[in-house]
Design a protein around this ligand. Sequence first.
Ligand code: S3P
Length: 443
Amino acid sequence: MNTKFIKINKKINNFNKTIKVDGDKSLSIRWALLASQAIGNSKAFNLLRSEDTLNTLKCLKKLGVKIKLSKKFCQIEGRGINGFLFKKNLILNAGNSGTLGRLLIPLLIKSPYKIKIIGDKSLSKRDFSRVIEPLKNMGVNFYPQTKKKLPIFIKGSNYLRPIKYIENRGSAQCKSSVMLAALNIHGETSINAKKSRNHTELLFRNLKIPIKIKKKKNHDIIKITKPNYINCFNFNIPGDISSSAFFIVLTLLTKNSKLLIKNININSSRLGVIKILNKMGAKIKLLNIKKIDNESCADLFVKSAKNLKGINCPSSLNSSAIDEFLIIFLAAAKANGVSYFKNISELNQKESPRLKIGSKILSMIGVKVVSDKNSIKIYGNPNLKLKKNYIIKNFLKDHRVFMMSVIAALSLGGTWKIFNPESVKTSFPSFLKIISKLGARIN
Ligand code: S3P
């Protein structure tokens, strides 16, 4: 879609449908990066074809990796651990993707040349010191030395040492960055990580990379030693729960509707959105549960909610719902009672400052919110019906701000002008197609 904005001026009619959403982004990026370090040809099925993953493939190609992208699968001819073709004056563009930027850098820690890492306007505002600092402790060089944001240069070293790293944000990107660096480090790398999505750990297990994990209540102790090599591997990528979340909330907020979403990753470290919405009174069911390539998958069944109620959200669920808060806030706006979400300052570190923007959008549509840098209280109103005109400018082109706004317009009414529809290409290119399939009218 090349238009600058879309217009929505009609609520969606009730629906009863089955849909599929695009492949999981975290798994798609991780598979591609790890396949590049393997020996031989790896194949992924249902790889997400979004800008974040396509940028991953572009960066790998620049590093000498051969990639075939066909309709049915993506094939990567791995170059082995530290097998990249490092050249002078390389520039790698992570685009909009924090995951790509932060997980690619640790694979470059032996580069004999300086490599420049760049990103788009949004990514260039985000903190990279969180992955640079642990890598510096391992002996990696970054220039300019005190810079915390992209663009930045990395130069590797042949004198790398294992570290003991404490990850206390609950950030899977920080944890995974050190884990990937460990592929190149002799000795034992040890990570004490606050709980966060564990896809990298599961992939390491799949690939027989030496990893020991001790699970504690709020954190995991992870120990990794360098593998001699990684064998090529095929991978089936299930649908993305983060993409499903928009349709789950649309269904909850639309009368007399039902939706079945097929084959979604339900790794427990990603299930926060389902747990939170179910605590609020949604009755989302997981059907046909199975394990594929070490990741749990299920079909999600959701019906219109009769009466959602407010939630005092336990902070222990924050990391497992980190990408879903915007759409959870929308559900809270239509719930009966006050909802309270705390210890969520990390939301302001995303593609845009989502805590700030989420509370701005809710205020704009007449919902009372009280928020600061770390929390938000939402005074829900089950009778919320919109009649006015609303404009969403979304200066940083945050895909999830766009999608939340579309769901707000379709479920609450009013006349909306929502900018940057192309932003969905970042994570969920089929978003608007599925919206139309459900019967919505968008101009
Ligand atoms: C991701 C981790 C999360 C999440 C991001 C994807 C990952 O970021 O917000 O969309 O794939 O590891 P943080 O690690 O910064 O919490």
